[in-house]
Design a protein around this ligand. Structure first.
Ligand code: F6P
Length: 523
């Protein structure tokens, strides 16, 4: 079967079987997790999987052995493995832009026998780009005159590096330059970051694959103005661009560039030169360890059989939860302060990749696709939205992430944190009876529990690659292109139009509401 001619999930015979199974065993709340555990002593181990650096207990989800078996059949019928092989072979899986999705190649080490011959040149170029970026990072680390680094970028050019720098805080070299991240077009963001900085001691990184993103260009221009106003020294030493379009960066006056391939999607670009702030923070060896962790997950995704393949099993569960159980959102709660940015990162990954309603062939999707992704770090979330998770009228599957070893010396407090994660997952499942309905917990609420041994560059790389592949595999089942994002374009075009009308009111054709609001703002 060619990857472009695979059946969409709802066209597979397993889909109809899943519907019948759902109707008989899950509709009308027939399936009960508490009973499932009582009846099946092997449920916990048999619904758990070990992938490189990530253990996952999926047993507290609303799924039984038959549903899992049918989902495996669904994956086979839909040719997800063929599609995965095409992704890893560098075929143009991003069909609307006719290009490959090369992020796994960024993680392949030199001389990796797994890199297909057709990708040898692209891989060699990526390794050169990586070496250049890492040796620059080491230069910055050795330059005591640079005390602060401001990373300007948005979306995929911000979320990944920002998350990784926070997550790997324990690996940041003491005395290294301070990292600041600026994304928002709202200049409060940039001006707050600049408040305590000195131009002559600051390095600006302008990260934009397209070098055409309005927010990033506005902030880069403002940063250049701020720099020139406060420092007469050569701006070339204080600005660096990370982009696939060095010509556009040069037009802005930024001549030092590190480049990434067009075939690397923005939300998949942490592994490319876009990771420069992380390399400055933790050094070249740490950055290579991140790539190694992601590569280990790539190998697992490429070779583990369907039943043992963690990204694929998570994707199948996602489709089951979205299209059969009807859960419209998924909540992520990492119990590690370093992972507090993970929900925002995952939100872009999943919602920009799979938030589509037409398939690869342009046909309207007959089933639901990506859910809303949301969440916050534990234990903070317990004091904010867990009320709804436990007693709300709608169910949102929760994904807990815990890290066994603390990255700090307060072992007792870490144990308390882990116990809270376990307690929340258990409380969601077991619920509690009470004569007062307001104090009753229905239970039977699903969760997954992911566990890392420690939060280090290797395990972070594996975790993020796991999420990337899971997103791709779910998109593959839905038969959509997970690598484009046309849905962000209309708003950008209308913003340009409105900006033109700001200067020339009444010139355009605006609806009455927008025109009246514009008149108020421009009064
Ligand atoms: O507008 C969405 C988007 O294109 C994302 O996909 C991307 O990560 C972000 O903007 C930033 O794009 P760039 O790196 O080209 O500035």
């Amino acid at each position: 079967m060619h990857w472009q001619h695979r059946p969409r999930c709802d066209q597979a015979s397993a889909w109809a079987l899943l519907q019948a199974h759902y109707k008989q065993h899950f509709a009308a709340h027939v399936f009960d997790l508490r009973r499932a555990f009582a009846q099946d002593p092997r449920r916990a181990p048999d619904f758990s999987l070990q992938a490189p650096h990530v253990f996952a207990d999926l047993s507290k989800n609303l799924i039984d052995r038959r549903a899992r078996e049918l989902l495996g059949q669904l994956a086979r019928e839909c040719g997800v493995e063929t599609h995965r092989d095409a992704l890893l072979a560098g075929e143009p899986v991003n069909v609307t832009e006719n290009r490959p999705a090369l992020h796994p190649l960024l993680r392949a080490p030199p001389n990796d026998p797994g890199v297909p011959a057709a990708l040898h040149d692209a891989h060699a170029q990526m390794l050169r780009n990586l070496d250049n970026m890492l040796s620059f990072a080491e230069q910055v680390r050795a330059d005591a005159s640079i005390t602060d680094v401001v990373h300007i970028g948005i979306g995929g050019s911000d979320l990944g590096p920002r998350l990784a720098v926070q997550a790997l805080d324990a690996y940041v070299t003491p005395g290294a330059a301070r990292l600041h991240f600026v994304a928002n077009m709202d200049a409060h963001d940039l001006l707050t970051a600049l408040r305590s900085l000195q131009p002559g001691r600051t390095l600006f990184i302008v990260a934009s694959k397209s070098f055409g993103t309005a927010e990033t260009l506005a902030n880069a221009r403002a940063a250049l103005d701020w720099f020139h106003a406060g420092c007469q020294r050569d701006a070339a030493r204080h600005f660096v661009a990370l982009t696939a379009r060095p010509g556009a960066a040069a037009q802005l006056g930024i001549t030092r560039c590190f480049t990434l391939a067009e075939g690397v999607g923005g939300r998949y670009s942490l592994w490319s030169v876009i990771g420069l702030p992380l390399a400055i923070a933790i050094g070249a060896a740490g950055f290579r360890a991140l790539l190694a962790g992601a590569h280990a997950m790539d190998r697992h995704f490429a070779s583990a059989p369907v039943e043992a393949n963690l990204p694929l099993q998570l994707a199948l569960l996602d489709v089951w939860q979205r299209d059969f159980l009807g859960f419209a959102s998924r909540c992520l709660v990492p119990y590690h302060h370093g992972l507090r940015q993970l929900p925002a990162w995952w939100q872009q990954l999943e919602m920009e990749s799979n938030g589509k309603s037409v398939d690869l062939h342009g046909r309207a999707m007959p089933v639901q696709t990506a859910p809303v992704i949301w969440g916050a770090e534990g234990s903070n979330g317990q004091h904010a939205f867990f009320q709804l998770l436990h007693q709300g009228a709608q169910t949102a599957p929760v994904e807990f992430i815990a890290v066994r070893q603390a990255g700090h010396p307060l072992a007792g407090q870490h144990r308390q944190l882990l116990c809270n994660a376990l307690a929340q997952a258990r409380a969601l499942m077991v619920g509690a009876e009470h004569p007062d309905p307001a104090r009753r917990f229905p239970g039977n609420r699903p969760s997954a529990f992911l566990l890392l041994e420690r939060l280090d560059p290797v395990s972070l790389g594996a975790l993020l690659a796991l999420y990337e592949h899971r997103t791709f595999a779910a998109g593959s089942l839905w038969g959509i292109n997970s690598f484009d994002q046309w849905g962000v374009e209309l708003g950008k075009a209308i913003a340009r139009d409105i900006q033109a009308q700001w200067a020339n009111p009444g010139a355009g054709d605006l609806d009455a509401s927008t025109a009246a609001l514009l008149a108020r703002l421009n009064g």
